[in-house]
Design a protein around this ligand. Structure first.
Ligand SMILES: C[C@H](N)C(=O)N[C@@H](CCC(=O)O)C(=O)O
Ligand code: MG
Length: 364
């Protein structure tokens, strides 16, 4: 099976509710979706949501990288030569991790189809169901309480609260939500780089003093500030997770060598795809650093790929794979299915995806 053609398209899906973090606010998920077509007609699906504030990748940069640089490198290659294709993707250009991830996901989908195996089994098959949290956007405390209660009523037992806009208000937000949802619901926080290191330590010690029982805190400080992240990790009892700092395997290696965090959030769009994410999981497992599989605002193509890796690997013990349920519509046919807060992995080969409805081809 050889890679014969690559088609690039996009979907634009409204969100059920405005998504707000300390970094950005959005009402639509824009997702570049590629179809990598093999010479026997089989299609591998991949995706890349442009999340410029985190990855630096825009819609135009993703399209250009796939069309002009990464795509031409892999056309004609044998899907069975997976390692060679992955090297071609990785060495095709610097950065552009989202475009690389799209190509990597589509090639893995084809590889699974070629070998008639679902991707989660190919990655180790540790489990076939995973539990995801649901993200609560940062808003006024009353609105966040309403959203949190709605999520709990819908069956979510783990909530990821977005904070990081104002430390004093963040304390009120988290306190109000803990009071409303009770002690059985797991609360994790994501500051999306919003605090300065000392401010983070003060806020987290306050959460601890108030007995708010926070499971973990994601990315308290700026992505590049590894020393600041370590400063926080060393001074609080609550577990600290690196997200934006833990970009690809090299950054993760540095963070782990420094002991700068307690946990890692792995995302395919930061790592550059499944192949690189496997390297991160391997380093984490070696040092017994638990991982969460995360996502951007993306369609079920990327969520199915991320869930496949998370289900495959024991060290990926947590999931923030809620993007597809934040969308008002699901244009993806097949892939993971949802039952309340659980993602059920498909037994069909590859990602188990057969079509993406409303996909508009981009021609240049
Ligand atoms: C969607 C997911 N729950 C999430 O919060 N992901 C990112 C932010 C993604 C974005 O801004 O599109 C995160 O910071 O963990
Ligand atoms: Mg995060």
């Amino acid at each position: 099976m050889k890679i014969a053609d690559i088609k690039i398209g996009k979907v634009c899906i409204p969100l059920k509710k405005t998504f707000k973090t300390a970094l950005r606010q959005v009402d639509f998920a824009e997702d570049i979706i590629i179809k990598v077509i093999a010479d026997n007609g089989e299609i591998g699906f991949g995706n890349a949501p442009p999340t410029a504030v985190i990855t630096g990748d825009s819609q135009d940069s993703i399209i250009a990288a796939i069309r002009d640089t990464i795509g031409p490198r892999v056309i004609g290659m044998e899907v069975d030569n997976l390692e060679q294709i992955m090297t071609a993707i990785d060495t095709s250009m610097l950065h552009n991790s989202s475009a690389k991830a799209a190509m990597d996901i589509a090639v893995y989908d084809l590889f699974g189809k070629l070998h008639d195996m679902p991707l989660y089994k190919l990655f180790g098959g540790y489990r076939n169901v995973i539990t995801t949290d649901l993200t609560i956007s940062v808003n006024a405390p009353e609105e966040m309480v309403r959203d949190a209660l709605e999520a709990v009523a819908a069956g979510y037992t783990e909530l990821k609260l977005k904070v990081g806009t104002d430390a004093a208000l963040d304390i009120k937000r988290v306190q109000a939500i803990r009071e409303a949802v009770g002690s059985d619901i797991k609360l994790r926080l994501d500051a999306n780089q919003g605090w300065a290191p000392k401010e983070a330590v003060r806020a987290i010690r306050k959460f601890e003093a108030l007995g708010l029982d926070i499971e973990l805190i994601e990315q308290p400080v700026k992505a590049h500030d590894f020393n600041g992240l370590k400063y926080v990790t060393d001074r609080v009892a609550t577990d600290i997770m690196a997200d934006e700092s833990a970009f690809g395997p090299y950054e993760v290696f540095q963070l782990l060598a420094m002991g700068a965090c307690d946990l890692l959030n792995i995302k395919l769009m930061k790592a550059g795809g499944l192949h690189q994410a496997v390297k991160i999981a391997g380093m984490a497992e070696t040092l017994n650093v638990p991982c969460m599989m995360g996502c951007m605002l993306e369609s079920k193509v990327g969520i199915s790929a991320a869930a496949s890796l998370a289900a495959g690997k024991k060290i990926i013990s947590r999931a923030d794979l809620d993007a597809a349920v934040l969308l008002a519509e699901d244009p993806v046919v097949g892939g993971v299915s949802f039952a309340k807060n659980q993602l059920i992995l498909p037994e069909a080969p590859g990602l188990g995806i057969t079509d993406v409805l409303g996909w508009q081809e981009i021609r240049s």
